[in-house]
Design a protein around this ligand. Structure first.
Ligand code: PMP
Length: 311
C-alpha cells in the first residue's frame, strides 16, 4: 500500500486500482465484418481477469474468510494471477501463486514486481501439479483463502455485474450476439446470465469459442493446443452450458491470423484468445447480417511477445 499523508483536495483521480477496472470501450471492427465490435479489455490495468480478481477478493472479505492479515492463494499461469497480484498489493494482502515452471520469464517478473510470492511446480505435472500445491499451501497457512477461479461464483458474478451492463449501455441494448473464448467460462456465463435472466433477452445469442485442437465443449475431447487463456480441457464448474447457444471451434492458425490482421488494420495488438474470438465472431456476423455482434478481446498483444504470435 502506498504511504500517504492526508489530503483534503478533490481531484479527478481514481482512489485505488479498483476504480480503474472495467468500463472498457468497444471498438468497431469494420475490417472483419459490418456491425462487429471488439470489447477492449486491455483497457483494464492488465486484462479482463482484473474484474474477477477484484470480485473474488471482495467476496472473500465480505464473507469474513479473508481477514486483515489474510493470504490469498491461487494456482494460475496467467492473467488471473496478475489481476490478483495487483488487487492484493493495493489492499496489502499477501498473495501466493503456484504455477508450472514452464511459465515465461516476463510473466514471472511482472508478478514479482506486483509483490506476489511465486511457487513454481514441475512442468511435467502441468496445472494439476500447481492446483495440488496451492491446496496444500492454503491448508498449511493460517488465514489463507483459495481464490478457486474455476469454481468461484464471484467469477461469473463479476461479468454479470460489470461486463454485461457495459455491453447494454454501449449498444443501447442492441447487442444481439456476444462471442467469447472459454477458459473458466466466467465471462460467457456472467454476460449470458445478465442478458437472458436480468434483461430477458430471448433474442440474445451467446457464442462460446474453444480451440479446434481441443474441442471439449463441442466434441467432448481434449488435447494440447496453442490458444493460451482458453481451452482448459475440461468443463469448468463455473460454466453454465445451458446459457451457451453455440460453440465454435477455432484453429490456432486462424486465431493468430485474426490477431495479426486486427493489429495491422485497426492498430490494436491483442492476445491470441482475442484473435480466436474475432475469427469466430467475424464468421458469425457474416452469417447473420444486420445483427450487432461483440467479440471479447481479453488482453493486449504485449503479453505474447515471447510467443510466435507477433514475430
Ligand atoms: N483469454 C485470456 C487471455 C484469458 O486470460 C482468459 C481467462 N483465463 C480467457 C480468455 C477466458 O475467460 P474466462 O475464464 O472468463 O472464460
Amino acid at each position: 500500500m502506498a504511504e500517504s499523508s492526508e489530503s483534503t483536495a478533490t481531484f479527478d483521480a481514481a482512489e485505488s486500482i479498483d476504480d480503474l477496472i472495467g468500463g472498457t470501450p468497444l471498438l468497431r471492427l469494420d475490417a472483419f465484418a459490418a456491425d462487429l465490435f471488439g470489447k477492449v479489455e486491455a483497457s483494464n490495468p492488465y486484462s479482463v481477469k482484473d474484474r474477477i480478481a477484484r470480485e473474488m477478493v471482495d467476496a472473500a472479505e465480505e464473507s469474513g474468510e479473508l481477514g486483515p492479515d489474510g493470504v490469498v492463494v491461487e494456482s494460475t499461469s496467467g492473467n488471473t494471477g496478475i489481476g490478483l497480484a495487483a488487487v492484493c498489493a493495493a489492499r496489502d494482502y499477501d498473495l501466493v501463486l503456484t504455477m508450472p515452471e514452464s511459465m515465461s520469464e516476463e510473466r514471472r517478473k511482472l508478478l514479482r514486481a506486483l509483490d506476489a510470492e511465486l511457487e513454481l511446480t514441475p512442468a511435467e505435472e502441468g496445472m494439476g501439479g500447481a492446483n495440488r500445491r496451492a491446496a496444500e499451501l492454503a491448508d498449511g497457512r493460517e488465514g489463507a483463502v483459495l481464490a478457486r477461479q474455476f469454481e468461484n461464483d464471484a467469477n461469473p458474478r463479476a461479468h454479470r455485474r460489470t461486463t454485461g451492463p457495459e455491453l447494454w449501455r454501449a449498444t443501447d441494448g442492441e447487442v444481439d450476439a456476444f462471442v467469447a473464448g472459454v477458459g473458466t467460462g466466467g465471462t460467457i456465463t456472467g454476460v449470458s446470465e445478465y442478458a437472458k435472466e436480468e434483461r430477458g433477452a430471448e433474442e440474445f445469442t451467446a457464442v462460446a469459442v474453444e480451440p479446434a485442437a481441443s474441442p471439449t465443449l463441442s466434441e467432448q475431447c481434449s488435447d494440447g493446443h496453442d490458444l493460451q487463456g482458453i481451452g482448459p480441457g475440461f468443463v469448468p464448474d463455473v460454466l453454465r452450458t445451458e446459457l451457451v447457444d453455440e460453440v465454435r471451434a477455432v484453429a490456432g492458425d486462424d486465431a493468430k491470423a485474426a490477431a495479426r490482421k486486427l493489429a495491422r488494420t485497426e492498430g490494436l495488438a491483442v492476445g491470441v484468445s482475442a484473435g480466436a474470438a474475432v475469427a469466430a465472431a467475424a464468421e458469425y456476423a457474416r452469417n447473420h447480417p444486420g445483427e450487432t455482434v461483440v467479440a471479447m478481446l481479453p488482453d493486449a498483444g504485449e503479453r505474447y511477445l515471447s510467443t510466435d504470435l507477433y514475430e
